[in-house]
Design a protein around this ligand. Sequence first.
Ligand SMILES: Cc1cc2nc3c(=O)[nH]c(=O)nc-3n(C[C@H](O)[C@H](O)[C@H](O)COP(=O)(O)OP(=O)(O)OC[C@H]3O[C@@H](n4cnc5c(N)ncnc54)[C@H](O)[C@@H]3O)c2cc1C
Length: 495
Amino acid sequence: MEKAYSDIFIIGGGINGVGIAADASLRGLTVTLAEKNDLAGATSSASSKLIHGGLRYLESYDFKLVRAALQEREILLKNAPHLISPLEFILPHEKHLRPAWMIRIGLFLYDHLASHPSLPNAKKIDLENDARGKALKNTFKLGFSYYDCFADDARLVIANAIAAKEHHAKILTRTECISAHYENNFWRIALKKTTSNDTFYCHAKVLINAAGPWVAEVQKNIIHTENPFSIELIKGSHITVPKLYEGNFAYILQNADNRIVFAIPFQNKFTLIGTTDTAYTGNLDNVKISPEEEKYLLETANHYFKKSLTSKDINWSYAGVRCLQREEKHKLSEVSRDYKLQFLSNPPLLTVVSGKVTTYRRLAKEAVDLLAPVFPNLPPSSTANQPLPGGDLGTKQFEDFYQQLQNQYNWLPKELLFRFAKSYGSRIHLLLQNTTSLAEMGEEFAPGLYQKEVEYLIEHEWAETSDDILWRRTKLGLFFNEVDRKKLENWLDIY
Ligand SMILES: Cc1cc2nc3c(=O)[nH]c(=O)nc-3n(C[C@H](O)[C@H](O)[C@H](O)COP(=O)(O)OP(=O)(O)OC[C@H]3O[C@@H](n4cnc5c(N)ncnc54)[C@H](O)[C@@H]3O)c2cc1C
């Protein structure tokens, strides 16, 4: 049985776990992280993929959260320009839901809560005479435009895991934490490899529970201590349909129940529609969209768009569960998304509850700051000014970087090169090292996925299964059929 010691041990390889791993290891702490499935295998690949302040949180007067999130939007845009892109949102006005003056004030506030915003300000648009109104029913005449950002949530997790690994963190995937006890001034953590059932132990000074929706279960059954927060589990689901409109902008659709649903351009050929908000008590390892949620999302889209959708149009769906701190609110959508951290020094245990992908970096910084009593010489966090792996483009604009790549890798089909540039940023050079022609990319499993990329994902990004590759490291699953998938799986079996 192997023994290993580290300063901190993190349970959970979602955005919060890997964010803390990156922050702590950049400050010189030794870190081990265990994820029972794949990195971003749960909530962190099932979000709406927005890096945003959350316009709707203004209605619940959550100004602190909105301001912090907008500041993070600026930092992340700078540090991961390949993974995060500005996106325009069109809000069609519905007089009986929210008056125009209220929306104008909200958008004014939203623009001004972001200090040093790099994105254009909100404005009014005439949907009757504007291309952005073309896909909508003729009843929508007035709209508003504002900016937020779209991100590849799962790849943001991978980028943080790489950052942590580059600073000597041990990232253990498909490794479940099965028990943790404090003895002789160290946590003794029992781990099980889920692929082989082999067990082994790690030791650490501080234990961090970043298990997302499993946080209470881990606290109770694995750490055997009280959960400091009373939590609520809320499921949210999304669907994708063949693209509903041309153009690279999204819609924010208001619903009669006061909730909002986004319609977002997705992977060139699709529109992503979501999300729902429903209390969840089911199996956390098998979260799926329900027929009621499908109906709700289709009805919302059909209320706004000229093109009418039925369930037959749905080509993919996914669902995730948020863990929120319980509040006495009438509606689940009104419960704050702000994160909560609790650090107990004896024994040293940090618990993370709730949060947003958008605010993960700030959460991680605050979490590691809380560990100062255990690590008195802790340097300050450096993640605000540190590009994420792949984010150091050598130029300010992603477009200039892509232009350079077109000259350097002119033998790669444009669509593939663009996907590589967006997914891997400057790490594209690592992926394509010693490769000078398409023939040297190896076997093509299906259009757009070559052996060279799969090998890179296995060697540098912890990929093991076809789902890891097709649904998290890439979204090529949308374009793969069963035969293509089997071909990839057969190849993985003998790799
Ligand atoms: C529908 C929906 C839409 C959202 N949209 C947005 C959005 O647009 N923008 C935004 O900023 N935020 C959004 N969020 C919020 C965001 O997705 C979450 O706050 C974030 O992903 C939570 O990350 P996490 O690391 O806490 O949890 P998770 O990503 O769930 O990670 C926890 C990990 O812990 C692992 N784990 C559990 N138990 C163990 C164990 N015993 N041993 C080892 N590993 C274990 C799990 O396998 C899991 O991978 C959305 C959330 C939902 C549900």
